[in-house]
Design a protein around this ligand. Sequence first.
Ligand code: NAD
Length: 318
Amino acid sequence: MKILVTGGAGFIGSHLCERLLSLGHKVSAIDNFDPFYPKEVKLRNIEKVKANANFRFFEADIRDAKEISAIFRSSKPEAVIHLAAKAGVRPSLADPAGYQRTNVLGTINMLEASRASNISNFIFGSSSSVYGDNKKVPFSEADRVDGQISPYAQTKRSAELYCKFYARNYGMPITCLRFFTVYGPRQRPDLAIHKFTKNMLLGKPVELFGDVSSSRDYTYVGDIVDGITACLDRKSQFEIFNLGNSSPIALSELVSRIEKATGKKAKIRRLPSQPGDVRITYADISKAKKMLGYSPKFDFDRGLSIFVDWMKNELAKS
Ligand SMILES: NC(=O)c1ccc[n+]([C@@H]2O[C@H](COP(=O)([O-])OP(=O)(O)OC[C@H]3O[C@@H](n4cnc5c(N)ncnc54)[C@H](O)[C@@H]3O)[C@@H](O)[C@H]2O)c1
């Protein structure tokens, strides 16, 4: 199948492109190298796939509808996996309009181009942040999602609603996937596991924001990619799925697990909680299990040990 992946040079996108190519698909990837973290890191993410004859890369911006239409004409995709976004909860508070332009208008551009090209499958990378500070755990797709507490979460929910509108109004087959804190090799440098592991290995302080009993449902990137690829065979009109590990870990426990995996003692610096942070994320994955056959294979310690090896290797190179 010919598949267009947006955000293809990012953390999850680059793992996805590798998997799709290994499954025999023809992959076109779009990325504008958003400066949220360095272009050189993203170029390294796609170093391996760039050598594959079935891979094409377009340095392009999803905010530019004309450019996106031209890429659809040239790459003729049958399916679209839309992961490009301004990611990160905390920075979204400083730039709500910028997040809106990329995450909502950019998604509309992708939906419009997909409608014009009669795309047979559109998959959107949403986020557990749409649940806001949900008190009921685990989070289920049937829960109310009208209490987002950051502009980032708000844009993801708006984009989901646009997906629903395009599915209902134009009969487009669309799946929204709510990812729960994804980790693994090449993880974004702003995320906790990346920062903590790097700082512990370098003997630098580890900053803990707010209540150390706050928890996240850390999910290994290989499991997320399994969930995304499982949607390629689906033909339903509109569906939302949680993709998580369904096993949340408290912040204090996360530090202990990384200490164990690295063999280093953390130098802790406690800081007040940050606006936009929720108390817990915890995925109910029964729907994805039932309808997608999704079943996470990486328990946290196994995934963490792969990540720590990757980080040690990165630090040895620098
Ligand atoms: N990593 C997580 O824990 C997590 C959790 C929930 C949801 N998500 C979502 O998954 C997707 C991928 O996340 P990630 O962690 O790989 O982030 P990432 O930042 O590594 O990847 C996103 C990519 O999108 C690109 N991009 C940004 N703006 C663009 C634009 N205007 N045009 C074209 N490309 C653009 C960036 O350059 C980047 O390479 C995002 O939509 C994110 O919101 C991630």
